[in-house]
Design a protein around this ligand. Structure first.
Ligand code: 48H
Length: 261
């Protein structure tokens, strides 16, 4: 057995983490929230060569996907979502025409491996608590260690720049709420403010999600459940095709902007 130095282990963690943090103080894209839409977007953008940092408040990414429906770890995909399951390499079963079931744990794992192997940098235990703004445009995010924010300690955050930020924090749309409360920027919604999520209707909710996945404020895109909550659309329960398609759309839109095509 080799000789092991406790201090070397400490030094290896601190210097390696600091290196990746320093490398991601300036990004092409920052994604707030590591649910299915954020993870899909991170992997797609990173695979196109963009510098992507994803900040997730909790210890694990995956958001609302792990628990399937009522804690049964099965999720449902419709016909349109099946293509993305094939792309990310998830096994699924046909339940009936137009309804496919997948293991939620396998799906989170596949999204995570794809994002990481594509080069996206994931910072867990890190909360996006505010945005950076310049001349009416979102230019980055303000982050803090979530053990600090969860403990309610008065400790100042730090800033991370991005050409585009993606609001993918799900139902609570935390980033967008900060934008509305603090910047005075008018959103690209009918009222210019947050419209608020509607009750359950999977047909209408899934149908609206892709249209709602847009640049909602200059420099800020909205994806996933946050997009429906922002635009006053319905929730859809544990059907996840729309979340992945929304992640794909936001990545495609940002790619178009950044590549000038
Ligand atoms: C850093 C944060 C912050 C913050 C939150 O909720 P998610 O799974 O998000 P989506 O939109 O990709 O997927 C939604 C889906 O899971 C869902 O809830 C569905 C389909 N609901 C339908 C229904 O009817 O209920 O993930 C968001 C992630 C989570 O991991 C949060 O911990 C994280 O974002 N997060 N991370 N900074 N301020 N706020």
């Amino acid at each position: 057995m080799q000789e092991i130095s406790d201090i070397k282990v400490t030094e290896a963690i601190i210097s390696t983490y600091n290196k990746k943090l320093l490398e991601h103080l300036q990004n092409d894209v920052v994604i707030a929230g590591g649910g299915p839409s954020g993870l899909l977007a991170a992997g797609t953008l990173a695979s196109k060569g963009y510098k992507v940092a994803l900040f997730e408040r909790t210890l694990s990414v995956g958001g609302g996907m792990w628990g399937g429906g009522i804690g049964y770890n099965i999720i449902v995909f419709q016909e349109e979502g099946k293509r993305l399951l094939d792309e990310i390499g998830v096994n699924y079963e046909k339940y009936e025409d137009g309804y496919y079931t997948a293991d939620s744990i396998e799906t989170v794992a596949a999204l995570l491996v794809r994002a990481k192997k594509s080069g996206a940098m994931i910072f867990n235990l890190t909360e996006v608590e505010d945005v950076m703004v310049s001349d009416g445009r979102i230019t980055g995010v303000v982050v803090n260690r979530s053990p600090i924010t969860i403990a309610g300690l008065h400790v100042d955050p730090v800033s991370v720049a991005a050409k585009y930020v993606v609001e993918a924090t799900g139902h609570p749309l935390e980033v967008l709420k900060k934008v509305v409360a603090k910047t005075g920027i008018e959103l690209a919604t009918p009222s210019g403010a947050i419209e608020g999520e509607k009750s359950m209707n999977a047909q209408l909710g899934e149908g609206a999600l892709i249209d709602n996945t847009v640049e909602i404020a200059p420099g800020l895109y909205v994806a996933g459940m946050a997009a429906n909550a922002a635009f006053g659309s319905f929730r859809m329960g544990p059907i996840f095709g729309g979340m992945l398609l929304s992640g794909e759309k936001v990545a495609d839109e940002i790619d178009r902007k950044l590549s000038g095509n």
